[in-house]
Design a protein around this ligand. Sequence first.
Ligand SMILES: Cc1ncc(COP(=O)(O)O)c(C=O)c1O
Length: 347
Amino acid sequence: MVESSASPTPFEMPPRRAFAQLPTPLQPLERLSSQLGGPRLWVKRDDLTGSLLSGNKVRKLEFVLAQALAEGCDTLITCGGLQSNHCRATALLGAQLGLKVHLVLRGLRRSGVVDGNLLLSQLAGAQVHCLAPARYALERDERMAAIARETEAKGGKAWVIPTGASDAWGLWGYINASAELAEDYRAAGFRPDAVICATGSGGTHAGLTLGHQVYCPDVPVLGMAVCDDRKYFQRRYREDVEAWEARFTPATPDGGWRDPEINDAYIGPGYGLAEPEVFDTIALLARTEGLVLDPVYTGKAFHGLLQELKAGRFGGAEHLVFVHTGGVFGLFPQREQLADALGWWRR
Ligand SMILES: Cc1ncc(COP(=O)(O)O)c(C=O)c1O
């Protein structure tokens, strides 16, 4: 695998390993845009970063794993939900690089649960440690630290990746993607009125916010929360940016880094749980544009975008860009909810 330097940049980026298929396309949603009659909608196809290594996590892992490998690690330890896209991407990349992978997962494996991302993670040989949700909240970090100690006692070296790879290295993934997007906007001949993405652990939105401030400062980036509220993501953003600055000392723009823009009105019943309308949005995008979203992240976020459009939130906008961060494997374990919401049983 070739070490590659990041795109030309005013930032001093750390080394990255080229795992993703980049650049991903920026595509207009012609039929949906004319059906809605508002701004022209575009999609940055980060669901196409790879067939199995699909989605946003790969961009972050390009930087995180470059560091882990530079430090001589032979084991990766990370965590997430049973259907974590990040854990699946880490498991597959670990297998590709010949590294051992441990996943500490929130939820218990029962028959019928080994599906979607969990199925792929297990297939890739990751060692899965399942904790019931209450224990996960209390014991996750200690469990990862214990696995790291065990690895080291056996002469190995472990790299612990936090939820969603949203750490100081992971942030570079979407800072780098912002340079790619700035080039996409230039090539397509427009400047978006806003960029919209799903936000779960915060790193994608934080990276896009920082990167856009540098590469196209007039373009706002809106994060659609899928789990926690606005306050949580504002605090999380400040902490993540502080950790990133402490580690990489980037030149701070005049006036400092801007505040994040978060909309938390479309979380619905909670993380991983979607209202029937989200499934309607997923079906709308699939049949109108051949674009598949998932109920945990992109479907919720796009549904929020459509509601905001209807409410006039983007009045006067000409171009909006939605970052499709992947997640298709999270659709399959929710097949029953999807079929219920779309009334397939009644046909
Ligand atoms: C498909 C998908 N989209 C969006 C997100 C949100 O990204 P982030 O965790 O960086 O906020 C995630 C992961 O959490 C994801 O798996």
